[in-house]
Design a protein around this ligand. Sequence first.
Ligand SMILES: CCCCCCCC/C=C\CCCCCCCC(=O)NCC(=O)O
Length: 562
Amino acid sequence: LEHVIRLDKRTAALLTAAACGVGAVVVLVQKVSRHQEAKKRIQKATNLRTESLRRAEQEVLRYKQSHPATSSANILMLSLSELTKQLKDGSLSPEDVFYTYMEKAIDVHKKLNCCTGIILESFEQLKTIHSSKEGLLYGVPVSIKENFDCQNHYTSCGVVINLDQPIQEDSVLVKVLKSQGAIPFVKTNLPQALLNYDCSNPIYGQTVNPHNLQKTSGGSSGGEGALLGGGGSVLGLGSDIGGSIRFPASFCGVCGLKPTAGRLSSKGLKTILPGQKSVLSCPGPMAKDVDSLALFMQAVLCDHMFSLDPTIPPVPFNVQMYQSRKPLRIGYLENDGYTQPSPSMLRGIREVKALLERAGHTLVPYKPPRIKYALHELIVRGVLADGGATMLQKLKGSPVDPALIEQVKPYYLPKWIKKTMSFLLSPVSPRVPAVLSDYIHETIAEWRRLDIDVLLCPMLGPAFNFFYCSRLTCAVSYTMIYNLLNFPAGCLPVSTVTEQDEEELRHYKGNYQDMWDRHFKKAVTGSVGLPVAVQCVALPWHDELCLRFMKEVEELVKESRK
Ligand SMILES: CCCCCCCC/C=C\CCCCCCCC(=O)NCC(=O)O
């Protein structure tokens, strides 16, 4: 009997070992085949991009040979309002404008890797564009961030799992832009899974900054920022859940508006956390000047959008509010108490504050109520309520991009470890959760108490060195708070980094003097000459007031340079 038991034990051990072996082989085979599948999909997507660029380049060459008199340099110098005027009165042809921007976009892409593909259908659209002459954007080539659905193109959001089928239908905003005579001509790059303010993914690679190739363009609408900053587009469409329109605008020296979420249609705009409602994502324009942002808003806030997406309040653009010049009471913020601004961010605020005061506005110091609570309790717990599980789901079967890895490492930890770490770290780390409350109304009450119309606050910058964005999620404090509050917020360039700013950075300590503060200092080091921006904010649904404030800052800065 003993012999039989011993034999049975041995058999059981052998069978268990064999089962484990088979299991391991199955897991390995699955992993290898997922990896192969991912490689195939990436190859297919990049081949499509290369082919679209090749065909577009050929078409440009053909056009240039038959139209040698086209004055490209002159077209590229025009602001959007001048361009639309000349297209309308016929002094410029849509063909000349289209081929000029197509050539320039390809050229900029070759330097900055900012496009995920050319929208070849735009060549067809150009042939019938004369029927849209009444449109506010007649003949204007517009660049589109990759996460907006465009018929026949992928909407990957930088993740391989989404490289499944090309999209069947244009997003609402793309349809509306076309009906206003705009020509969506190129799709632009973004970071893997969108929840990052760098601009790199395993499909299309890293987009770099037009002012310094050693810096990131910022993200997530980083392809837009780079293309616009490099002069390859005059108007772009981005999206923003934490600053993704404003970061690349700031890093690349262009303007961007995150409108009130719900003002523009998000139908056909892909996000990585569908159903997450605590912090709202929304589409918005990016361009070289504030008037272009306003023109975009005026064009898309039309009956066509309201009928394609009846969830959007049918409120057209308030031109009167945009053009008003009545003196404002302006709250101003120098340091939110969370991320200490870099010297150039702070100088930007102080210089603009002085210009606004000289122009007759009243400036009132402002501090966001309970910033740590808003960031930790409301934003982190809202966006990462599932411990990052939804995001990790999207990364399955594909390499994690080096520009994202530091951010997602903690998401991979088992739930019990995350909970224990959060509990254990709370006494030692000042940057870990607090309590809940009705924060939006508390903030509005503070605005009412101070009697302020708008807010001037720092905009993160200058452009970061590579691989720092994923280590510095805490630096979204100046932008993501307005997604949480759902206040419209825009940013515009006001200066460039000086030698003096760089010198002062050597003494930067940060509000906490912790690991993040040390990372921040390294992230913005070596930035002389790069753009410096400020952020302008208004109350919900007052998008036109936000733009009007931005416009005034833009004019005052321009005037001060004369
Ligand atoms: C430790 C406190 C930090 C406060 C905020 C942390 C929130 C953590 C979650 C993820 C990081 C978010 C980075 C956001 C970057 C901008 C993303 C964006 O706007 N994407 C656009 C879009 O999704 O359309």
